[in-house]
Write a new protein. Structure first.
Length: 574
């Protein structure tokens, strides 16, 4: 174990530069032991803590901690018998199903590295991520949204082996009927991997070994794989456990964790859910009510009937609950910790939710590259638009000059957020120049613009250049623009984010056409893009222009269109 203070009081961040510790001494165990270990050790610690308590409840099936650990060992043995050596990359293309945590921890037990694929990824994106990561074995399930995509990858020789979990193993699905698993070369039911003997010796990994390749736009908006180590992930979990602000007066962490029942509806392939829902529950000995899709009625039943104590959601989920007729009559008293992340939540919505829930929503900030621990807002801190809170124990943050990233700026001044700590990733896979540019003197430069007040509370002023967040997912206009440029009638295109009452932001495309062609409809463009980009990247608005704004050097200027859209909204609301 590492003392949290060792990471933040190392000469580069002395106590006088950590004002949040002085102003909010009781919100966290600032000097508590920070666990930096492997994922297998994290699971063992959780099993020892939980005993025979349930870990996952999915449909009508409950999996206890001991059963889960035993199934992990069997699947890990099968992966080893398959010929996967330590450091090999295993792709996971899975919805929320027990197959995900089983495969994830089995990969850790076998010494492998996991690469997550999203259920929203288009075929070309799946192929790209597999090629970049080097994953030749893929775990999926036989639901209609997954098995056909996996078979296409096998036919295209993008992978060598597909391991298919039978969804019927968990009982009848309310989402979709599972497909028949075909008998063919390169495809194997996941059950076969769990039938062999356990190895005499398990592969040994260290906290410094890469556990996860998580694709992200990083700080430039270009897709790349962030390398997260065992230590990054377990440190982030430990930081959450050292945060004590949600405990009742006089309550200790053991009592809180013994009763933890977390709603697991966020997609586990996303770093937010992976850390805050899955890994946190495993280490704490808590139960996950695993849900395959967001259904407001089921979530309400989880809270009011099944007495869930923790709900981590994205703004779209909270808005859906807030706008559900009769929501005021729901009993939210069991909830102890209500978290919103993945995207900014409008300030007025936070206030309405606080009144509805009877407790303030926990808000904060993090990134894929920080696993994704960064900041949380203390209950006693002033709430204001843009506030993201104070750093976790073990994390140091500062604001640096936009002109000179090696120079910190004074409280109240705006600059780029920089962060360091054991949760910060190891770099971008096979991108040494991008990795080098992302760090300055050991600090990770987030690309986010913000400021810190005199108490050490941080505000987020603006998101990364060109990035928008739709339904909690990062969406990069450069990817959408590249796909639209494949349309034979398009001359030029700029994509920006526009506000959406449900998703937060959605893409809008501004297009100029080649001479002599007819304008096409938004629906036609969406159909053209369906096989090229993910569903969350499909534009929801389209506008044709004779010309697009440019700089004096001829560069297309998205910022001009952003300003135009903002002015248009202000005029409409006046």
């Amino acid at each position: 174990m590492t003392q949290a203070a060792d990471w933040v009081s190392d000469g580069s961040a002395p106590d006088e530069l950590l004002p949040w510790r002085r102003h909010f001494p009781d919100v966290a165990d600032w000097d508590g032991p920070l666990e930096v270990m492997t994922l297998s050790e994290l699971l063992a610690a959780g099993v020892a803590r939980a005993g025979s308590r349930p870990l996952i409840t999915f449909r009508n099936r409950t999996i206890s901690f001991p059963e889960f650990a035993a199934q992990v060992d069997k699947l890990a043995a099968g992966l080893i018998a398959l010929g996967l050596a330590p450091g090999s990359v295993l792709g996971l293309h899975l919805p929320n199903t027990p197959f995900h945590p089983l495969a994830f921890f089995a990969a850790a037990r076998a010494g492998l590295t996991v690469m997550h694929l999203s259920g929203l990824d288009a075929p070309r994106e799946l192929d790209h991520k597999l090629r970049v990561s080097g994953a030749r074995v893929l775990v999926t399930t036989n639901l209609p949204g997954f098995l056909p995509a996996a078979l296409r990858l096998l036919e295209a020789v993008a992978v060598d082996t597909i391991l298919v979990g039978d969804d019927a193993e968990w009982g009848p699905s309310t989402v979709a009927d599972p497909l028949m698993i075909p008998e063919r070369a390169g495809l194997s039911p996941l059950t076969r991997l769990r039938e062999g003997p356990l190895p005499t010796f398990w592969p040994q990994r260290s906290p410094d070994d890469v556990m996860l390749l998580q694709f992200t736009g990083g700080t430039t908006g270009l897709p790349k794989a962030a390398m997260l180590t065992h230590g990054n992930l377990t440190a982030a979990v430990s930081m959450h456990r050292l945060w004590r602000d949600y405990l009742s007066p006089g309550e200790n962490l053991d009592a809180f964790e013994a009763s933890m029942r977390t709603i697991g509806v966020l997609p586990l392939f996303h770093i937010y859910a992976l850390t805050v829902v899955l890994l946190r529950a495993v280490r704490s000995g808590g139960e996950i009510l695993l849900r395959q899709r967001f259904d407001p009625e089921e979530i309400i039943a989880d809270i009011a009937v099944r007495r869930a104590t923790v709900f981590a959601g994205v703004p779209t989920m909270w808005l859906a609950l807030l706008n559900r007729p009769g929501i005021e009559a729901v009993d939210f008293s069991a909830l102890r910790c209500c978290i919103s992340g993945g995207a900014p939540l409008p300030f007025e919505v936070q206030a309405r939710l606080g009144r509805l829930l009877g407790r303030e929503l926990v808000i904060g900030w993090g990134m894929t590259e920080t696993a994704p621990a960064g900041t949380l807002l203390p209950r006693t801190a002033a709430r204001r638009p843009g506030v993201i809170g104070v750093p976790f124990p073990g994390v140091a943050m500062r604001v640096v000059s936009l002109d000179d990233s090696s120079r910190p700026v004074a409280p109240g001044e705006t600059g780029e957020l920089a962060i360091r700590g054991p949760n910060v990733f190891a770099g971008y896979l096979d991108q040494p120049e991008e990795t080098q540019n992302a760090f300055r003197n050991g600090w990770f430069l987030t690309g986010d613009v913000g400021r810190m007040d005199e108490q050490g509370v941080f505000d987020l002023v603006d998101r990364r250049k060109n990035m928008l967040i739709s339904g909690g997912f990062n969406v990069y206009p450069v990817v959408i623009e590249g796909a639209i440029y494949e349309h034979p009638d398009v001359a030029e295109v700029i994509v920006i984010g526009i506000p959406d009452p449900y998703l937060g932001q959605v893409p809008k495309a501004f297009v100029t056409l080649k001479p002599g062609v007819e304008a096409f409809s938004l629906e036609a463009l969406q159909a053209f893009l369906a096989e090229r980009i993910g569903r969350n990247e499909i534009p929801r608005a389209l506008e044709f222009r004779e010309t697009l704004p440019r700089s004096a050097a001829g560069k297309l200027l998205a910022s001009v269109l952003v300003a135009e859209e903002r002015a248009k909204r202000q005029a409409q609301s006046a």
